[in-house]
Design a binder for this molecule. Structure first.
Ligand SMILES: [Zn+2]
Ligand SMILES: [Zn+2]
Length: 357
């Protein structure tokens, strides 16, 4: 496969200074592969990285963001296992150092050597170059085979689905027949909804404000849709569960009010998973949390190879990106794509860049 010397990549020069330019195509080292990026989704974290709200230092002038991508392997480095040119893969953003205590326990998204590439740690699109480019190098630990029935623009949602799956695993899961509330009908919420339905939730509540997103949730099987501009979600969940509350609450919005409501609507002995990354601290009723014997988990990434199981759910048709990916743009239109995504123009939900288009 012919690999060019240079490629187009979006390079961050400073806060909100993202420039498209020609840069050398990177070469894979040991245990790495070179990917031809076919699709890279814009994540809610990306505007934070680009505008310097992300609380870690970035390598301005050489750094390429983008962490939700999928593509084709075009070259492999030494010791790359069975991966070969032509394989279709999706990636996860985190690669732990593999030697700190957290990595040893499988908690590589909480690697204690975060941001230290010399230890082997990588966070693609954050501390390591990512997928807003035509080519990118990834460690083999971050690769997941894409099933034949999944196009690249859907496979770019591997981490969106993987995060939703980890949100369920990390809090201790739930039993088939239990009730689940998903707060926020964004891409991650719509993935979480499909997953809990696949796992046998008896009743799923979906909260939100945007009608077009709630309508997609309805299509994906949400049993009770709650428009929070019209109804109090805590009251509705309590009423519809006979006063018991939801057994599992998945908080995706990052809104401090929704975060506080998650405790109020959870059942005794309930579980709450926080995926939304709040811009402000939330005031929460910890007294209720304690007295009702609740459990909570924070989820900062896909974790514990959940992307592998997500790919399997896509393969058997239990997960779909249909309707969640609302727009696709070539990489040259990245500024337009970011503007549309950030300002939620034109019903934007998940916006995907296609660097080969
Ligand atoms: Zn993301
Ligand atoms: Zn580590």
């Amino acid at each position: 496969m012919a690999i060019p010397e240079t490629m187009t990549a979006a390079v961050l020069y400073g806060p909100n200074d993202l420039r498209l330019q020609q840069v050398p195509v990177p070469r894979p080292g040991p245990e790495e592969v070179l990917l031809k990026v076919h699709a890279c989704a814009i994540c809610g974290t990306d505007p934070k990285v680009i505008s310097a709200e992300w609380p870690y230092p970035l390598r301005y002038g050489e750094f390429t963001p983008g962490h939700e991508y999928a593509g084709e392997i075009v070259a492999v480095g030494n010791n790359a296992g069975s991966w070969k040119a032509g394989d279709r893969v999706a990636v996860e953003a985190h690669k732990g150092c593999g030697r700190c205590v957290n990595c040893m326990r499988g908690q590589y998204t909480s690697c204690l050597n975060y941001g230290k590439p010399e230890t082997g740690h990588r966070h693609y699109g954050f501390t390591t170059n990512g997928g807003y480019a035509q080519y990118v190098v990834n460690h083999i630990n971050t690769l997941y085979e894409v099933p034949d029935n999944l196009p690249y623009w859907g496979a770019a949602l591997a981490t969106t689905a993987g995060c939703a799956m980890f949100a369920i695993e990390n809090v201790g899961g739930f039993m088939a027949g239990e009730t689940v509330a998903v707060l926020g009908p964004g891409p991650m919420g719509l993935m979480a909804l499909q997953i809990v339905k696949a796992l046998g939730a008896s009743r799923v509540f979906l909260t939100g404000t945007r009608q077009e997103r709630l309508a997609i949730g309805k299509k994906y099987g949400a049993d009770v849709i709650i428009d929070v501009t019209k109804e109090d979600p805590v009251a509705v969940v309590r009423r519809e569960t006979g006063g018991l509350g939801a057994n599992l609450v998945i908080e995706v919005t990052g809104d401090p009010i929704a975060a506080a409501q998650s405790i109020e609507m959870a059942a005794k002995g309930g579980r709450i998973s926080f995926i939304g990354d709040p811009l402000k601290p939330a005031l929460m009723n910890i007294k209720k949390f304690v007295l009702d014997d609740m459990r909570a988990a924070g989820v900062r990434g896909e974790g514990r190879a959940n992307c592998a199981r997500a790919m399997e759910l896509f393969r058997i048709g239990k997960l779909s990106a249909e309707g969640i990916v609302s727009h696709r743009f070539p990489l040259r239109d990245i500024h337009k794509a970011l503007d549309l995504y950030i300002n939620r123009r034109d019903g934007a939900i998940k916006v995907v860049l296609e660097p080969q288009a």
